[in-house]
Design a protein around this ligand. Structure first.
Ligand code: SAH
Length: 389
């Protein structure tokens, strides 16, 4: 087994089960390449953990075990999958939802690996070349533990040779229709980096529908396939979806259709969000609830948008077209944008704008996206409902 030795004084962090190994904490190590297993030891060569090399974020790899004798093989993954399955019995047995996360990276014991279940069609996401080296073990364990119809995979690391796609079972014809809280959505596991729905927002969608949609005019920007609009359309007076991507129109219309809502009865704009804010202002359009769930980074007409730098502009733009006693739903899934920093941006922007406001609901990840108690970035999702007088 290869060895990586920590700098003096760095062991407490790892003894406290911080799962991502920071290269800067290492004093020395054997030649480590992606997928290698190694023992993490302190400066007096005492064993702390077994880890694998998989470069991600600022880390060289993830801890897999605190037992020196643990063998990292198919049975190791089987054991973790069984545990993850046991903990999610709720999701396997509820009515009205058949899509959820089955295994969530470091939260379930293996950083760099996630597995989602879309009505029996499983999607594995590999976040480094290192974890991909365990592909055979992972696939064997998956087959042993779960009853799936098919398996697909996506690469979340760059490699010109390895493409994602179909792996095992009976491939369906895409799109398939999944159900979440009795609402239907199209999903395609074999088309680019996204699937059609972000499963981590399920509770936020539910909250929007139950508390902030009834008889409301709703604007949903960065709307992608319109999930927030679709879930809210029935109780709402009207929804408006805005997304820059051409394909978003058809995908959104189809999702409305799946739920018995005439797509022609709702507004869909293929447009830049900031341009839409201007358009709405010029036309005196006002909304009761504005949903803002942007990507962490986007580029349009040579302008770049990053959530940490530009979120205030989104809030200011939305305020100008928010009706009296309105609600902003502000989201970010950026793991390096902490809840504290996000709240600061929200508070500062609203105070500067001189509006009376109240933060009503602060939401995070649902239970199936199990987080790691000692690794804060695993709680990457922030969704905040703010009432503005
Ligand atoms: N809110 C969505 C997910 C957003 S994904 C949901 O609930 O499913 C990010 C989306 O932002 C993509 O569909 C992308 O096309 C869109 N986007 C990126 N830059 C944009 C911009 N400047 N204006 C509008 N949409 C943009």
């Amino acid at each position: 087994m290869k060895i990586a030795t920590l700098n003096k004084g760095k062991e407490t962090k790892y003894l406290n089960e911080y799962p991502l190994i920071d290269e800067e904490d290492l004093y020395s190590h054997d030649h480590l390449k992606e997928g290698d297993l190694f023992n993490l030891v302190n400066d007096s060569e005492q064993y702390i953990a077994t880890a694998y090399v998989g470069k991600q974020h600022k880390g060289v790899g993830w801890v897999l075990s605190y037992d020196k004798d643990e063998v990292i093989n198919t049975q190791f993954f089987e054991k973790l999958f069984e545990k993850a399955k046991e903990e999610r019995q709720y999701f396997y047995n509820i009515d009205g939802t058949n899509a959820f996360r089955v295994f969530n990276g470091e939260g379930d014991g293996v950083g760099g690996l996630t597995i989602d279940n879309y009505d029996g069609h499983f999607l594995i996401q590999w976040y480094s070349k290192g974890i991909y080296k365990f592909r055979y073990n992972v696939l064997s364990a998956l087959k042993q533990v779960f009853n799936y119809t098919s398996v697909f995979e996506k690469m979340r690391f760059k490699d010109a040779e390895i493409k994602g796609g179909f792996v095992d079972g009976e491939a369906p014809e895409f799109p398939i229709v999944i159900e979440e809280n009795f609402t239907f959505y199209n999903v395609d596991l074999n088309d680019g980096p996204m699937t059609g729905i972000f499963l981590d927002q399920k509770e936020v969608r539910k909250k929007l529908k139950e508390r902030y949609a009834e008889n409301k005019e709703i604007l949903n920007v960065f709307s992608y396939t319109g999930a927030f609009s679709v879930v809210a359309a029935e109780p709402a007076t009207m929804t408006t979806s805005v997304d820059l991507a051409n394909r978003s129109r058809a995908l959104t219309e189809e999702n409305f259709g799946l739920n018995g809502i005439d797509p022609k009865s709702q507004y869909i704009y293929v447009m830049d969000t900031f341009d839409y804010f201007n358009y709405a202002r010029r036309h005196d359009l006002f909304y009761d609830t504005i949903v803002i769930d942007p990507p962490s980074f986007a580029r349009n007409k040579k302008k770049t948008f990053t959530v940490q730098k530009d979120y205030d502009k989104l809030i200011k733009g939305a305020l100008e077209i928010l009706g009296p006693n309105g609600t902003l739903l502000l989201c970010t899934n950026n793991s390096s944008f902490s809840l504290k920093a996000f709240k600061n941006v929200i508070n500062n922007t609203l105070q500067e704008a001189n509006v009376e406001y109240e933060i009503q609901d602060v939401m995070g990840l649902p239970k199936d996206f199990k987080t790691h108690a000692h690794y804060k970035p695993s709680k990457y999702l922030k969704a905040i409902f703010v009432n503005i007088q």
